[in-house]
Design a protein around this ligand. Structure first.
Ligand code: PRX
Length: 581
């Protein structure tokens, strides 16, 4: 079904006037080098994300402006001005120095979404070390894989999360120190590597000279899943802040008086690019809510803090839709002037629902962990074609390519690629340079997504070119889940696919064959699910398990996920010539 275009408002009707007034002109004329001059830089190509995000404001009228208002799950509220955030992160930078952390070292953060997460991330960047924020929902195996691969020297965590990963801590030869953030003042066993965050912070100086990192020095790592192997560490450099800044200004349209709320966790790239560096480099006040999804609470946050710009995700929007149109009407949502969405395809109904239920449509945008910032987007001054990801960000050149990497004309389906070389493009996969290089062809970065572009230059998502599963915006590699499944004592073989779902896009479904002596039962299913959930993460366990006597394999023994998926969805099985007899 075709959906009507949502016409852009007359320019004079858009209040306040959007930062991007003339999209076509910006696309014709914009140059990244010019955009970069909006930031402060230290000279000689030196730039530090933490300085651009926070410290530069303390020399301006924004010194005492709120950087964020944090609301805890228990209702506690804490507020930090840019000045206070600068001082606190200076202290943490000094703490890290006393622990022997140096420029280039990896410091991973496994914390709930509390103020210390943001303070320690900024402090780490200030000394030129590399941050690796991890989802607090991760289980021990997911944490271990990431700490081992990155060779993380320091882990910042809480007593509750530390107890979850106690068993793996001995297996991490590079890990020298564990900083424990003890907000509740519990009795904690520090052990020989443990350091008490609160004690160290009390003693640390508030003064710190930010390390003048080079624009190409590594700053941020996020792990992302691929079809094969363990998750890969996507590495971004300090220059990425140019992309965070520009897109927050022109896609999210952030302006001086905005109250901005990004619902993403910093364990995910959206939570760092647009939950820290983008809005803060624009000097904008953020709301940070520690809790997860809750329809009433979310509307209440918008009403209570007078949120003006809201960045969220399709699964969350679809869950809000399930709660109905009446619920938002019970709240005062009039402060909202702009809303965006990312992470999965945003169905046209969800775009339109925004208009009818909360008064403004959702503006979809597309990007990836690897791209570091938004690449394709809908803008306040452009018509929205519901279901489309929008048009290229000025300075970004996407195209649709065929299998030999030649550009296809409008209307054709193919590989979504981007002309390589923008400030926040990832710089490597940690320790996997070959894999990094394999993502580039003839000057194009191949995204791994399939898409098409229409005659008006709008891009439409078609699907992934690989087996990676997108469940509620989390990319999950089938290999990771399969590896975890076969560690269960009853499981002989496992094949994992994404099964379409109306709310979360895809649910993880596992096909499992059992070892001799085990028989299928619901009880065993639950046990296997619990096992994977505990080891990997609550986002990555299979919601559905089906027992099979054996799994379809190629003659070389590879499980044919494609066939499992085709059979599950009742689609043609395609070429089965390599199928084992
Ligand atoms: O498949 C695309 C999907 O999510 C992938 C990127 O996921 P990740 O690296 O975790 O980055 C998250 C930050 C955006 C993409 O390759 N995706 C993301 N946004 C959209 C999308 N699919 C369709 N429409 C989108 N707007």
């Amino acid at each position: 079904m075709d959906y009507e275009v949502i016409k852009k408002p007359e320019s004079k009707e858009i209040k306040p006037a959007p930062n991007l007034g003339d999209y076509e002109k910006a696309r014709r004329e914009v140059k990244w080098v010019d955009v970069a001059t909006d930031l402060d830089w230290f000279g000689d190509g030196k730039i530090n994300i933490a300085y651009e995000a926070v410290d530069r404001h303390i020399h301006s009228h924004r010194k005492n402006k709120l950087a964020f208002v944090w609301e805890g799950k228990d209702g506690t509220i804490e507020k930090y001005s840019f000045y206070e955030l600068s001082r606190a992160s200076n202290k943490f930078a000094n703490v890290l120095l006393t622990l022997g952390v140096e420029k280039g070292d990896r410091v991973f953060i496994f914390l709930e979404r509390v103020p210390e997460l943001f303070i320690s991330a900024l402090g780490t960047l200030k000394i030129g070390a590399i941050i690796g924020p991890l989802f607090s929902a991760f289980g021990p195996d997911a944490v271990k894989d990431r700490l081992l691969d990155s060779g993380s020297k320091v882990l910042i965590t809480s007593p509750q999360l530390k107890s979850k990963i106690e068993d793996i801590l001995e297996d991490l030869p590079d890990l020298e120190r564990i900083v424990i953030v003890n907000r509740d003042g519990e009795e904690v066993e520090l052990g020989d590597k443990g350091v008490n965050y609160e004690e160290e912070m009390t003693e640390a100086s508030e003064d710190f000279d930010i390390v003048k990192t080079d624009k190409d020095d590594y700053a941020i790592m996020h792990y992302t899943s691929g079809t094969t192997g363990k998750p890969k560490g996507v590495v971004h450099a300090h220059e990425a802040v140019v992309g965070h800044y520009a897109t927050s200004k022109y896609v999210l349209d952030l302006q001086e008086n905005d109250i901005y709320w990004c619902t993403a966790d910093p364990g995910w790239v959206t939570g760092t690019s647009y939950g820290m560096f983008g809005p803060w480099s624009n000097g904008v006040t953020q709301i940070i809510y520690e809790g997860g999804f809750n329809a009433k609470k979310w509307y209440h946050i918008i009403e209570n803090y007078r949120v003006t710009v809201w960045y969220t995700a399709p699964t969350a929007i679809r869950m809000l839709m399930k709660f109905g149109d009446e619920l938002p009407k019970k709240f005062d949502m009039r402060s909202l002037r702009y809303a965006c969405s990312v992470g999965e395809p945003l169905n046209p109904e969800a775009v339109i629902w925004g208009e009818t239920a909360i008064g403004i449509p959702f503006h979809d945008n597309w990007w990836q962990t690897e791209t570091g910032c938004q690449m394709i987007a809908n803008y306040p001054v452009q018509d929205i074609k519901p279901g489309s990801m929008g048009r290229p960000f000025p300075g970004i050149y996407p195209a649709i390519l065929d299998d030999s990497y030649k550009e296809l004309p409008p209307g054709s389906e193919g590989h979504l690629a981007l002309k390589a070389g923008w400030p926040s493009m990832f710089r490597t996969y940690w320790n996997k340079e070959d894999m990094y290089n394999s993502r580039f062809q003839d000057g194009w970065y191949i995204t791994g997504d399939k898409a098409k572009m229409d005659e008006d230059g709008y891009f439409w998502f078609v699907g992934r070119a690989d087996d990676v599963i997108n469940t509620a915006g989390h990319l999950v590699g089938p290999f990771e889940v399969e590896s975890s499944l076969i560690e269960h004592p009853a499981v002989a073989e496992a094949g994992v696919i994404g099964k379409p779902d109306p709310i979360v896009m895809e649910v993880i479904k596992a096909f499992v064959s059992l070892k001799e002596g085990y028989t299928p039962s619901d009880e065993l299913k639950h046990d296997i699910q619990k096992f994977v959930k505990k080891k990997l993460s609550s986002a990555a366990y299979p919601r559905e398990i089906e027992f099979l006597d054996s799994l379809p394999k190629t003659r070389s023994g590879k499980i044919m996920r494609r066939l499992l998926k085709a059979r599950e969805l009742g689609l043609p099985e395609g070429d089965t010539s390599t199928l084992e007899e």
